[in-house]
Design a protein around this ligand. Sequence first.
Ligand code: F6P
Length: 543
Amino acid sequence: MSLQEKKEWLKLKEYSKTMKSTHLKDLFSEDEDRFKKFSFRKDDFFLDFSKNLIDTEILNELINLAKSCSLNNAITDMFEGKKINHTEDRAVLHTALRHPKSGKLMFEGENVYDLVHGVLDSMTSFSEQIRNGEQLGFTNKKITDVVNIGIGGSDLGPKMVYEGLLHYLDGPKVHFVSNVDGTHITETLKPLNPETTLFLVASKTFTTQETMTNAASAREWLVSSLGEDSVAKHFAAMSTNIEAVTDFGISKDRVFAFWDFVGGRYSLWSAIGLPLMIAFGADKFNEFLSGAHDMDNHFKNTDFDKNLPVIMALIGIWNNNFLDADSHVLLPYDQYLHRFAAHFQQVDMESSGKTVDNNGDFIDYQTGPIIWGEPGTNGQHAFYQLIHQGSKLIPSDFIGFKTSLNQISDHHPKLMANFFAQTEALAFGLSTDKVVEDLKSQNMDDKKIEKLKNHKTFKGNKVSNTLLIDKLTPKSLGALIALYEHKVYVQGVIWNINPFDQWGVELGKKLAKVIFSEMDSLDFSNHDSSTKGLLNEFMNNSN
Ligand code: F6P
């Protein structure tokens, strides 16, 4: 039965008709217990989802919908290593990467936890040796800077977490190069000293054009100053393609492996996290993993009505498929999380940007929303205008921390006052009557008031979730990331799509290869007139 024919879906469609003409103001005034009903705590995480256009019936029906899509089985299948990424014939086991050593998870004849911890152990000893100076550069100098060369999942996750945990930095600095635009590597390398720089080439496939190009340029930069023999001491790699890494000239003992069952955008828990271990130390990295593992257990073992990823996913489905929101904004009120939205753009949009279901049929309902966002107060002075008064419904996640890592003067209470004020303003707005009253009290003349009153009115009814976390630590950040990963999975299960493949990125890559080779022959005759015209324009004027 197709998703839209399910009785739960049809019921929700009916409910949405009423909810589309209901105001959050009324939902709150009708029910004193609303906050209590639609909020809960899980350890140091507190979720308030009461500022959404839902009621108990809707929430129950969303949960029924999840059950009717066999969500429980789908969760078990993922954790047990079933090949749920069926279009690539792969298991999806990023949760095994953060599992403690104890226990057994057999996959293709091997205990995955042994494999994972084997690599974690080599990462630990390598990172400790770099941190304590046992492994030096070619000229016997201590490594002070690490350059991670990777793109997509081999860049966004580690970079986000590096920035997210900067407060805890006690090892070498990490720089990230991803873009094939030569500017990125040039500007990154400018202040660095080859004698004290370690390059980590991060690529699951070790074939990605951007990464291979940047790695070759990094190699040239190093060799031009320290000679060919220095490569061994200044390069390491993280990849599933050990052969390609050794072909590049990196010795086997400096290759940190991961496996096919780790998707690129879920790989930061694997060897791809090596730059984080070097920067923060193995203990902090393990805390990060343990936070994610806690969230995994919560996701696996908690009833849906108190399950953070499930509830956030269901609210997302409600806003997306029943209230017609087409984007979702992530608003961390913490400067350390300034790359949070960038990472989840990949995790969410690469996972849920699909229009073919698990049966291989084109689907006619909405799937993944557009994900975007910035740290909160910066956003307030940029795009919040549109969220407050624009014509679109933009559901938001406000993510804040009770304790600041930088307690200076009254910054944190001010930041958090903004945090709470925004969700209140979004939900409840400001009525025209109140606007008129305020303007009258300022002695504004009636004509001017008439002209201004609508402009100053906030209709409100803009929905949001608030996630209030005790403190930004390696552990809580691990849990937060795992929460959003699982949210994406739940939505994929309900939409009946495969959230673990990414065929949509292939065509452009392929065409770029063709065009790159045609730049030599200058024969663009196989293209449409626009592409041909642009290429001719580029070739005539570039040098
Ligand atoms: O182009 C998309 C993608 O395949 C991502 O899924 C992946 O994270 C990224 O490219 C990088 O791939 P790799 O780690 O193999 O270089």
